[in-house]
Design a protein around this ligand. Structure first.
Ligand code: GAR
Length: 211
């Protein structure tokens, strides 16, 4: 059983997608053993509590420096001993030590088709604003392993979504979540939990043989 810790900052709809997928069997061989938020007001914490998942707050506001916060975050994760860490809308720069310690064990959901609209400054609604400003006709979401760069790690899954006439950043964000994020994030966790994902030379291979 893959032990999964989910890191969140906000609403937690991706966390909910993972919880629901576990309940209905879309994800097998995995269990969410903890949720950590940097934001004590994140609704994601409520979702965890409603589903009897231990929820923790590790906020930079409670520490004197970024270094001490980073240590506290890493300590909490080490304590939980996860096999996989999922960044589900976690808007904190991941400490380098954590990336090294959990190499190819941290995945992130990003609301664009990487390498478009990603990197520093591209998060949440800003991604969709930039896509509409550029006038692209296809957007989407990406699940990738986390490396030292911002949104640069090996890509696991992507799903495209069409832009519709009249879209606003909010309507586009909603469609990308519904049609892409909430599907590919649980799918990636299921593939990893069932030993179907490997990384070689910075690229992901997925074993597509039927279970
Ligand atoms: C999601 O759209 C996720 O892709 C995005 O934040 C949102 C969190 O929503 N993440 C990033 O932009 C990371 N760069 P949620 O809290 O409802 O899952």
């Amino acid at each position: 059983m893959l032990k999964v810790v989910v890191l969140v900052s906000g609403g937690g709809t991706n966390l909910q997608a993972l919880i629901d997928a576990g309940k209905c069997g879309t994800i097998t061989n995995a269990q969410i053993i903890g949720v950590i938020s940097n934001n004590k007001n994140a609704f994601a914490l409520e979702r965890a509590k409603q589903n009897n998942i231990p929820a923790y707050v590790v906020s930079p506001k409670d520490y004197d420096s970024r270094e001490i916060f980073n240590d506290a975050l890493l300590n909490k994760i080490d304590e939980l001993q996860p096999d996989l860490i999922v960044l589900a809308g976690f808007l904190v720069v991941i400490p380098e030590q954590m990336i090294q310690r959990y190499r190819n064990q941290i995945i992130n959901i990003h609301p664009s088709l990487i390498p478009s609209f990603c990197g520093t400054g591209f998060y949440g609604l800003k991604v969709h604003e930039a896509a509409l400003e550029r006038g692209v006709k296809v957007v989407g979401a990406t699940v990738h392993f986390v490396d030292e760069g911002t949104d640069t790690g090996p890509i696991i899954l992507q799903k495209a979504v069409e832009v519709q006439p009249g879209d606003t950043p909010k309507t586009l964000q909603k469609r990308v979540m519904e049609e892409a994020e909430w599907k590919i994030l649980p799918k990636a966790v299921d593939l990893i939990a069932n030993g179907k994902v490997s990384v070689k030379d910075g690229l992901v291979a997925i074993d597509t043989a039927q279970r």
